[in-house]
Design a protein around this ligand. Structure first.
Ligand SMILES: [Zn+2]
Length: 232
């Protein structure tokens, strides 16, 4: 038993007893005694099911993560009293790592980085059924924005056509080959029937990463060809 001070949604303060602190970190899975950070009670009044959410800090120095512990006061009628809460699991979303892309990529497609990182966050949370379509969407923005940057006059057509049609516009063969394959795998992540069973999400991510490498390289090459010429 332990007493904790909490605050409510309205900003009121109170104190409650909890049956125990979590002794296992949901992220690093290590047993430790976490540090108490703050407790929050979403509801103000005692009306049926009450919950308490407590932020704890993992004391494993290789982890150092903050996580949430969930408490309730038992099913209605079994409550000991209103200020008593029992531990009911812990967890929390931890995905603060952001992948940064080169200035070249960010300039070509500002949306790519946003969508890619959202897909990655979903993957980090093990939402494996929805991160694939997220990566597929990121790929579409990368390819279409790359082509729009190259052929601004065709912008409307590029925006409106299927991704596969856009890919056919890519003149650099290696980028085109990677983009085609990424689109096949991306479609597998989106559609009911998976056609390429030997490949998975990691192949899709690898292909996207290769497209990025190729685009960076060709854009940098173009830059130096344009700005640096022979002096005889
Ligand atoms: Zn931990």
């Amino acid at each position: 038993m332990k007493n904790v001070d909490y605050f409510t949604f309205e900003g009121d303060k109170g104190s409650a007893e909890i049956d125990k602190q979590p002794d296992l970190c949901p992220f690093c899975k290590k047993h430790m005694t976490p540090d108490f950070i703050k407790a929050y009670k979403p509801t103000k009044d005692y009306s049926g099911q009450e919950t308490l959410e407590i932020v704890f800090k993992c004391t494993n120095e290789n982890c150092r993560g903050l996580f949430l512990a969930y408490y309730d006061n038992g099913i209605s009628g079994m409550r000991a009293h209103s200020d008593w809460f029992r531990f009911n699991g812990s967890g929390g979303a931890r995905y603060r790592e952001i992948v940064e892309f080169s200035e070249i990529i960010d300039k070509i497609s500002p949306n790519f980085s946003i969508i890619y990182n959202q897909a990655r966050a979903a993957e980090g949370l093990k939402f494996l059924e929805i991160c694939g379509p997220g990566y597929r969407r990121a790929l579409e923005f990368l390819v279409k924005d790359y082509l729009i940057a190259k052929f601004p006059k065709d912008s409307a057509a590029i925006k409106g056509e299927f991704l596969g049609q856009s890919i056919q516009r890519i003149s650099h063969q290696d980028i085109k080959d990677c983009a085609e394959r990424a689109a096949w795998l991306g479609n597998d992540e989106t559609h009911y029937v998976k056609k390429h069973t030997a490949q998975d999400l990691s192949d899709l991510k690898e292909l996207i990463s290769m497209i990025i490498d190729w685009v960076n390289l060709t854009e940098k090459t173009a830059h130096y060809k344009k700005t640096l010429s022979s002096k005889k």
